[in-house]
Design a protein around this ligand. Structure first.
Ligand SMILES: Nc1ncnc2c1ncn2[C@@H]1O[C@H](COP(=O)(O)OP(=O)(O)O)[C@@H](O)[C@H]1O
Ligand SMILES: [Mg+2]
Length: 296
């Protein structure tokens, strides 16, 4: 079983509005799958379908390689939309309330608080927590019952930079322990750093699925040299190093082979009679790649 979640042609309509439209999703075991799309793209609805909180009109869901969904859903922890925490209670009391369905000993609950970094504040009222702390507690609630897969809907939404880092670090730590993640976000920044795979969703459709590695290759960096005559510059560079991989783009030369010492490039060009106006590292912007597919 490579895919822990797979859907085929999954479709959910609300009246005439198609929230999820023929989605075929592939979430690999052990990864962190980032579901990226603007508000209204259908991310929450897709997650609800996976969790059995909404019913599709069409399509198929396979969880952990099986179509016996109710049996498989026991292995999934989730956090959809706002976590409903009891603000007048402590973190430990919250976990106890939520663990009624999935019995756990006090020791287990305490080690869960430790895992999400709330052991020291486990007795403080949750109403006095920062948003980041609340979100980590919500993730602890999702972790009750030792799930193999966590489905988190916009877990970083509304957090300040410290909170974002806390939640990100926690996700990475849990992933290292073997938990697979499906995480949605309408902001690329939040997921770009940790996702191993991306699904781009727009108007109910998964526009593209791509691994982080494939994406890195597509957004490969290059060295940009702006000159008075790019054709001449390219000729000079090829004569200087026949193995160089470079091409012209307007008055620029883009070098994609690795460069150890950029001053050597400058010297070669100047010696070849080319004027160099600017040299710097560039990359095809990660964000542009998504905007092209999701619309701005
Ligand atoms: N319970 C519902 N009833 C009617 N329409 C809904 C319901 N839930 C979502 N929708 C509609 O489905 C579309 C996708 O919404 P949603 O899944 O919440 O997107 P996202 O989570 O990406 O913001 C939107 O047009 C939304 O208005
Ligand atoms: Mg949503």
């Amino acid at each position: 079983m490579d895919n822990i979640i797979e859907t085929k042609n999954l479709t959910k309509r609300y009246g005439t509005n198609i929230a999820v439209n023929g989605v075929s999703l592939h979430v690999k075991k052990g990864g962190i799958y980032g579901l990226i799309g603007k508000n209204g793209a259908g991310k929450t609805t897709l997650m609800k379908l996976l969790l059995g909180l909404a019913q599709p009109q069409q399509g198929e869901i396979i969880l952990f390689g099986s179509s016996d969904l109710n049996k498989q859903r026991i292995k999934i922890g989730s956090l959809i939309e706002e976590p409903a925490l009891y603000k007048g209670d402590t973190a430990l009391e919250n976990l106890k309330r939520f663990s009624l369905l999935v019995p756990a000993s006090d020791d287990e609950l305490k080690s869960l608080l430790e895992l999400v970094g709330l052991a020291d504040v486990g007795n403080k009222k949750v109403g006095r927590y920062s948003l980041g702390m609340r979100q980590r507690l919500a993730i602890a609630v999702a972790l009750l019952g030792n799930p193999e897969l966590l489905i988190l809907d916009e877990p970083i939404n509304g957090l300040d930079p410290t909170g974002i880092k806390e939640v990100r670090d926690l996700i990475l730590e849990l992933n290292k322990k073997g938990i697979t993640f499906l995480i949605s976000s309408h902001l690329l920044d939040e997921l770009g750093k940790i996702a191993t795979d991306f699904g781009m969703m727009a108007d109910g459709v998964i526009v593209e699925e791509i691994s982080a590695k494939e994406l890195r290759d597509k957004c490969r960096a290059f060295f940009k040299v702006t000159t008075d005559d790019s054709e001449k510059a390219l000729g000079v560079l090829k004569a200087w190093d026949p193995g160089i991989s470079a091409e012209t783009s307007g008055n620029e030369v883009h070098i994609t082979s690795e460069i150890n010492d950029s001053s050597e490039i400058a010297a070669a060009l100047v010696n070849g009679g080319v004027r160099v106006y600017e040299m710097r590292n560039e990359s095809i912007d990660f964000e542009d790649f998504f905007i092209e597919r999701l619309g701005s």
